[in-house]
Design a protein around this ligand. Structure first.
Ligand SMILES: Cc1cc2nc3c(=O)[nH]c(=O)nc-3n(C[C@H](O)[C@H](O)[C@H](O)COP(=O)(O)OP(=O)(O)OC[C@H]3O[C@@H](n4cnc5c(N)ncnc54)[C@H](O)[C@@H]3O)c2cc1C
Length: 401
């Protein structure tokens, strides 16, 4: 395995790094304070990203580009859209996670559309900014338990239910909504529907106030007799007991490494800033045994090693997705590890820098708040560990809960 950034993606990584420094960081604090205000500075950047993705059939950036690729080149292996999206995500979250999450047309719903929509649906939904609505008041980790219903009525489905914590739920153009066709048929009856903003019966009820990623809006959306044309159902209308839920879950094999990438990006930012702030008092010397240096230096070495392990696990999960190697276990491993280390690293950096770390004069305190969500959404750390255990032990979700 070659651990260097693939040559063809170096320009993209460099551009994303520049955006992180020159676009995201300067407005980071502004939108942390102005929760729910739309970062209008991102519109121009989103257009540039669209152009970049359109011109890159096998590479790209942003959630919409992930899962485009597959297959191999002459050598039998390749780095494609999952790898380039991951590398871009790491750099952009080195800038600001909340701002990346609110980039137009790069929502989680876009990743779902890229993964499961038919070619006709993809064409029709091109350019649509899509958020993803799974979570409900009584259902989070146990997503097979959702209660939002979709009742067939001629050429339409009628949606009823409440979705909470929808990232970009207010700003996106459409929402990919999970609903059940028949609760008695269990998880295989769960389907996803694209509901366009303005559809009668769909209402954004309120926005949440949060600990971190305040630049990203998080909405509660209520569906009351909301009629959606059957062409907006993603995937097959059939209830296939064998495949049903597995189909919608496959989206996560592409998106979990991206959330891991967000964690790696914010942790990289915190580590770099801490090393810089402490360089006079805590010099790092990689030739000296750890126990001959200071305790603070030992903490930094430990965090660097943890960061590297998370980074390599995540590269592997994305590489497998690009090469169509089943990667559920590796995607969950990367998400669990990266979520944990980014929480640990960002908080430890606040601790090592103490008053500097805790004050608003630095972004360290913000990064420690922003990082917590990366260990929660797209499946909590505990749920990722459960998935890994199931895969290792060959157990189903009903056998190991
Ligand atoms: C800012 C933010 C943005 C979000 N964005 C979206 C979005 O865009 N779309 C969307 O659909 N959802 C979104 N979510 C919801 C998120 O995915 C859920 O919060 C998450 O899945 C956890 O669900 P829960 O909050 O109901 O916690 P619960 O599922 O109730 O879990 C509570 C605790 O119990 C643990 N736990 C649960 N089950 C087990 C188990 N079997 N074994 C061991 N431990 C377990 C969990 O790990 C967690 O620590 C968002 C949430 C937040 C906070």
């Amino acid at each position: 395995m070659n651990l260097e950034t693939p040559k063809k993606f170096r320009a993209l990584v460099n551009q994303a790094h520049q955006v992180a420094h020159n676009v995201f960081r300067p407005i980071s604090r502004k939108y942390d304070r102005a929760e729910h205000a739309y970062p209008k500075e991102l519109d121009m950047l989103a257009s540039v990203l669209d152009g970049f993705n359109d011109g890159n059939p096998e590479g790209g950036a942003g959630a919409a580009a992930a899962s485009k690729s597959g297959g191999g080149n002459d050598a039998g292996v390749k780095n494609g859209a999952n790898m380039s999206t991951l590398l871009g995500t790491i750099e952009l979250c080195y800038g600001d996670t909340g701002l990346l999450l609110t980039m137009p047309r790069q929502g989680l719903g876009n990743a779902a559309i890229a993964a499961v929509a038919s070619p006709a649906q993809k064409e029709r939904l091109k350019g649509c900014w899509a958020s993803m609505a799974i979570t409900e008041p009584g259902t989070g980790s146990d997503s097979a338990n959702i209660r939002t219903t979709a009742r067939k009525d001629g050429d339409y489905y009628v949606l009823n239910g409440e979705k909470i914590f929808v990232t970009s739920g207010e700003r996106s153009d459409c929402v990919v909504v999970w609903a059940t066709l028949d609760r008695n048929l269990g998880r295989s009856a769960i389907k996803s529907f694209v509901v366009e903003k303005g559809t009668p019966g769909m209402e954004v009820a309120r926005l949440e106030h949060k600990l971190g990623i305040k630049a990203s809006d998080t909405a509660v959306i209520v569906f009351t007799d909301c009629r959606v044309h059957k062409d907006n159902l993603l995937g097959s209308e059939e209830i296939n007991v064998e495949k049903g839920f597995a189909g919608v879950m496959e989206t996560f094999d592409n998106t979990r490494p991206l959330v891991a990438g967000m964690a790696i990006g914010v942790a990289k930012a915190a580590l770099e800033r801490t090393r810089d702030l402490l360089k006079e008092q805590v010099p790092l010397d990689y030739d000296t045994p750890v126990n001959a240096g200071s305790a603070a230096a030992a903490e930094l070495y430990r965090m660097e090693a943890d960061w590297e392990a998370a980074y390599l696990l995540t590269l592997k999960a994305a590489w497998m997705a690009d090469n169509r190697v089943p990667n559920s276990k590796e995607a969950s491993m990367s998400k669990a590890k990266a979520g944990r280390i980014c929480n640990d690293i960002t908080l430890k950096c606040v601790e090592l820098c103490s008053s500097l770390g805790y004050g608003e004069g630095e972004l360290l305190e913000k990064w420690s708040r922003d990082s917590k969500i990366l260990d929660i959404f797209e499946g909590t750390q505990q749920i990722q560990q459960l998935i890994v255990a199931r895969r290792l032990l060959g157990k189903s979700s009903s056998e190991l809960k």
